[in-house]
Write a protein that binds this ligand. Structure first.
Ligand SMILES: [Zn+2]
Ligand SMILES: [Zn+2]
Length: 110
């Protein structure tokens, strides 16, 4: 009966034939490779690249939100600085934008 000896390709440690990883150095064994088991390190890399993708997405969303906020603020400023003259709802007379009462009919302007 032949005993199948498996050794770590990295450090040479004798391995259990069912081992997917070397218990000494953490290197993936041939069995682990053949089984398609990813090393924790690879998992980390995947997780990290996924995280940076998420971050990038978050940043681009934040950038868009920022753009929107800037545009809204700009519109508000524009609104505030280019106030239309007030038209009296009672007589239709145009009053200056800071008028509280219609200079023609004397009614309160909203
Ligand atoms: Zn090893
Ligand atoms: Zn009026």
């Amino acid at each position: 009966m032949a005993i199948l000896m498996v050794f770590c390709s990295n450090c040479g440690k004798e391995l259990h034939e069912d081992a997917n990883f070397c218990p000494k150095c953490g290197e993936r064994t041939r069995k682990g490779v053949e089984a398609g088991i990813s090393t924790p390190l690879e998992d980390l890399k995947v997780a990290f690249s996924k995280m940076s993708e998420e971050l990038e997405k978050a940043f681009s969303i934040a950038g868009r939100e920022m753009e929107k906020a800037v545009k809204t603020a700009r519109d508000r400023i524009k609104e505030a600085t280019t106030r239309e003259p007030l038209t009296c709802p009672h007589c239709g007379k145009e009053n200056s934008s800071d008028a509280k009462f219609c200079f023609q009919c004397g009614k309160k302007l909203s």
